[in-house]
Write a protein that binds this ligand. Structure first.
Ligand code: AMP
Ligand code: GLY
Length: 423
């Protein structure tokens, strides 16, 4: 069969690598893809938001299955448009992707269906938000309602910071129309865990847990980024945590979406905080996490096509989802200066070492093929993933492999997976 993947990051490279392992697949296309994806798929120069062009391409080439990796096209309704054209697509429709597309929606959903999350209020009007904040307990968390590249969340320690935050989000519109509404949320403390799941509208199956490292610098200092590294599984995701989430969060979310007339098919990403009172939902995403996908997918034993098709067909209950009994760590190689300003266009050396090295992967994020070779083309450049028998071994392997690659400006965190030592 012919498969089209929509997106261009490390997540889509990890998806393409999983799809390429399926004996059922003859040909993979990716729109728009990147230099690494181009080694296993044919990249087509169509942007992820060019819905008309993607749909026309899928019809012309007789694509059997499209997998949408990114949030923007999902929230924008790419799946609806392709389905209307009679195509088979994996991912939530627009009415279900709102689970990620509107934080106010997801908070109201959790409240209505008693899914554990932080206390909150939604605001459409900055004046009302400001007067609420006068008596709110600090620290407080402000969230732009819509998609903001993972950057629309401000943690404010003082009333002064919170006032400034309302201005940033709702008045200066730093995150654009995402800031037309805003959620003000209680600040929680605890460890964070990412749990990805496959959903077919009624059944949910949980993948192996993972943990991201969102800050740019060691010791969780510096600015928030798209993610500087991950490990899987999380040793803090214990059987007790799993049991709690199965009883109160996972199926409850799927049932709530169905009850609202918004049946969810695709991947739900649960961003959880393990508080002293138990696990709480920090956020939902309507797609695989990035870089979470880069440590979770290489450990999945199933043929991804079987699982994805079961989600589309509503037969996920027939799938025996299995993960390898090992661990994986991903270290992101970024351009120095990310996420603020950085140079690109530097030649990347050493990539060939990953070819045919079992258990080691180099997923491309911001790269570009040029006549001189593959060059850096973004803030996050590569995700170097390695497996090991356990987390410590996987971490050693990942940092070893991170040295195989070189480019001017290369920057990485040195402490990805340090939390493993505290488990
Ligand atoms: P989100 O995009 O909603 O996951 O928020 C981004 C990051 O902000 C999370 O990964 C947390 O580190 C932090 N965060 C979000 N909500 C809260 C909260 N209620 N309390 C403490 N930290 C939070
Ligand atoms: N790694 C977090 C995300 O994909 O949103």
């Amino acid at each position: 069969m012919k498969v089209l993947i929509v997106g261009s990051g490390g997540r889509e490279h990890a998806l393409a690598a999983s799809v390429a392992k399926s004996p059922r697949v003859d040909k993979i296309y990716c729109a728009p893809g990147n230099a690494g994806i181009g080694q296993i798929a044919e990249c087509v120069p169509i942007g992820a938001m060019e819905f008309g062009k993607i749909t026309a391409f899928a019809k012309e080439r007789g694509i059997d299955l499209t997998i949408v990796g990114m949030d923007d096209p999902l929230v924008g309704g790419l799946v609806d448009e392709m389905e209307a054209a009679g195509l088979r697509v994996f991912g939530p429709t627009k009415s279900a992707a709102i689970l990620e597309g509107s934080k106010a929606f997801s908070k109201d959903l959790m409240k209505k269906y008693k899914i554990p999350t932080a206390a909150y209020e939604n605001f459409d009007d900055p004046k009302a938000a400001l007067s609420y904040l006068e008596t709110a307990r600090m620290p407080v968390v402000l969230k732009a309602d819509g998609l903001a590249l993972g950057k629309g969340v401000l943690i404010c320690n003082t009333l002064e910071e919170a006032r400034e935050g309302v201005k940033t989000i709702m008045e200066d519109k730093k995150f654009g129309t995402a800031g037309n509404r805003m959620v003000v949320e209680e600040f929680m403390t605890g460890r964070e865990v990412s749990v990805l799941s496959f959903v077919d509208g009624k059944t949910i199956q949980i993948m192996s847990s993972a943990q991201d490292h969102k800050r740019a610098q060691d010791g969780d200092q510096g600015l928030n980024t798209g993610g500087m590294g991950t490990f899987s599984p999380s040793p803090f995701y214990t059987e007790e945590v799993d049991a709690f989430c199965r009883s109160h969060i996972y199926q409850a979310t799927v049932d709530a979406m169905a009850a609202e007339g918004r049946p969810f098919k695709g991947v739900i990403f649960f961003g959880l905080m393990l508080t002293e009172e138990g696990p709480r939902v920090l956020e939902y995403n309507a797609r695989f996490g990035d870089p979470e996908a880069q440590v979770v997918l290489p450990r999945m034993k199933n043929d991804i096509i079987d699982v994805v098709e079961a989600c589309i067909d509503g037969t996920l209950d027939k799938i025996d989802l299995q993960f390898e009994d090992n661990a994986a760590v991903c270290v992101v190689l970024a351009s120095e200066g990310y996420p603020v300003s950085y140079e690109k266009g530097y030649l990347i050396k050493g990539l060939e070492r990953f070819e045919n090295t079992d258990g080691y992967y180099c997923f491309h994020a911001g790269t570009k093929q040029t006549e001189e070779g593959i060059v850096t083309n973004g803030g996050r450049v590569l995700g170097v993933t390695a497996k090991g028998a356990d987390l410590k071994e996987a971490r050693e392997h990942a940092y070893e492999a991170a040295e195989w690659v070189s480019f001017d400006n290369k920057y990485m965190r040195k402490d990805i997976g340090r939390a493993i030592d505290e488990a």
